[in-house]
Design a protein around this ligand. Structure first.
Ligand code: C2E
Ligand code: C2E
Ligand code: C2E
Length: 86
């Protein structure tokens, strides 16, 4: 079924992320900030993260990776094309 597949290319829209309420995106925002810090990558409007990180985040959000992908697309944090065609 469409909308249940995890994103394969995860490119987070950092500007959108900052506009959303912390009670929704807090864990994701902290995770992204930690990766930016580890890389020393502070200048981007977007941040590419590992597929493995989506799996870790889905545990934090108590969702499947596919469900979290849908949530991130609904929030505008991932572009709709992040969801694999199927
Ligand atoms: P792309 O992967 O489609 O990324 C397009 C642009 O999005 C990048 O242009 C960059 O401005 C931004 N971007 C994507 N992910 C990140 C991120 O995690 N942090 C930051 N700060 N910006 C990000 P850019 O840098 O000129 O790169 C152009 C293309 O060069 C990329 O297209 C990709 O195909 C390649 N590239 C750049 N860096 C890497 C890399 O570390 N690994 C690989 N495999 N390709 C890279
Ligand atoms: P590390 O995992 O030991 O990776 C060391 C270096 O290998 C990285 O330095 C980067 O230059 C390169 N590297 C590893 N995997 C990839 C990859 O899939 N794509 C690309 N383009 N390069 C890769 P960097 O970027 O300074 O990161 C330093 C450390 O920060 C990493 O050490 C890792 O522990 C952490 N880190 C950075 N970005 C991420 C991320 O997106 N997810 C996770 N889980 N950790 C990250
Ligand atoms: P990318 O650099 O185009 O890498 C695409 C895929 O190639 C990665 O998907 C991973 O499966 C593999 N890969 C690339 N470099 C390495 C490496 O040094 N070690 C290993 N074990 N695998 C590698 P993945 O993991 O889903 O990452 C997606 C994108 O997230 C990467 O695209 C890159 O833009 C970013 N990324 C992931 N980890 C790091 C990192 O440590 N540092 C930086 N700067 N970017 C990273």
């Amino acid at each position: 079924p469409s909308g249940s597949e995890p994103a394969t290319k995860i490119v987070i829209n950092l500007e959108r992320l900052q506009q959303l309420p912390a009670d929704k995106v807090g864990p994701l925002a902290r995770y992204a900030a930690a990766i930016q810090s580890q890389r020393g990558d502070y200048n981007g409007k977007v941040l590419s993260i590992r597929a493995e990180d989506l799996r870790s985040l889905s545990i934090i959000y108590d969702m499947t990776p596919g469900e979290l992908t849908d949530q991130l697309i609904n929030w505008g944090v991932l572009p709709p094309e992040a969801r694999p065609a199927g």
